[in-house]
Write a protein that binds this ligand. Structure first.
Ligand code: DGL
Length: 269
């Protein structure tokens, strides 16, 4: 048993889709959620930039004595996990690597992935899925505008609807059995996606991911015995915007703005 907190992070509200599943499955845990709204969007940043950013976030969580960090963010899981995984003492759960295996085991023949430029260009989903299911074909399409549609709650504008339909039509040409929403912000667009295709077509990895984390904590005897505090939310800029946008997945009441100096990496890894 370990009552130390679990850190969860993403560039913004997207990771709340994962957090809301985690808290359902593991209500006794003590959570710290960090939204790096100052550096959002992550999707067009280089691997080097994202390693620096992720290191700072890991160091921040380390200073809070976490037992585990959940990389809710697909882009940093794809581009920084391999570099950082052996450099910290706490458990690290990267989303792409955790959910790809479970999805691959379903034996779909053709899988589509919508994700950020960074995730698509890394081919992390394709490589991970093919590790477990060589014959599955994986089609990855980047949707660079979708994070800002979600963050700015623009789901009802004609421009957003056309943008989503454009990418969906392109994906449907590949005739996928399922489409992974490979960026935590994309489930915010379900209201548009389901206008054009059965919502059963889409896999939101959050549920699968939360189950994987649950099993691993259980197997390692790291589950918390009791909750010491309510979830604490930190943002690197504009807490009011974060609170307002959070509502679809979790009703955040308060978020503390972190001084950037607290996030500057002081530890060499
Ligand atoms: N939501 C993150 C992801 O899952 C990053 C989105 C972004 O900031 O571009 O990839």
């Amino acid at each position: 048993m370990d009552n130390s907190p679990i850190g969860v992070f993403d560039s913004g509200v997207g990771g709340l889709s994962v957090f809301s599943q985690l808290i359902k499955l593991l209500p006794n845990e003590n959570y710290l959620y960090f939204a790096d709204t100052l550096n959002l969007p992550y999707g067009n940043k280089s691997g080097e930039e994202l390693i620096e950013i992720t290191k700072n976030i890991f160091n921040f969580f380390e200073s809070k004595n976490v037992k585990a960090v959940v990389m809710a963010c697909n882009t940093t899981s794809a581009l920084t996990y391999d570099f950082l995984k052996s450099r910290y003492k706490f458990k690290i759960y990267p989303t792409v690597q955790n959910v790809s295996k479970q999805i691959a085991l379903q034996n779909y023949k053709r899988i589509g992935v919508f994700a950020t430029n960074g995730t698509v260009n890394s081919h992390a989903y394709r490589n991970q899925i093919k590790k477990y299911s060589q014959n599955t074909e994986v089609f990855e399409i980047a949707c660079p505008n979708w994070v800002s549609i979600a963050e700015n709650q623009l789901q009802n504008t004609q421009e957003s609807i056309s943008d989503v339909k454009y990418h969906l039509d392109k994906m449907l040409e590949y005739k996928p059995d399922k489409i992974i929403l490979g960026c935590t912000h994309y489930p915010y667009l379900m209201s548009i996606l389901s206008k054009f295709t059965d919502s059963e077509m889409f896999i939101d990895p959050a549920k699968i991911f939360a189950k994987e984390i649950y099993s691993d904590l259980l197997n390692n005897e790291l589950l918390a015995e009791e909750k010491n505090h309510e979830p604490i939310f930190y943002v690197s800029s504009n807490p009011q915007h974060f609170i307002k946008t959070s509502k679809l997945f979790y009703d955040v009441q308060y978020a503390e703005e972190i001084n950037q100096l607290d996030l500057v990496c002081t530890k060499k890894v």
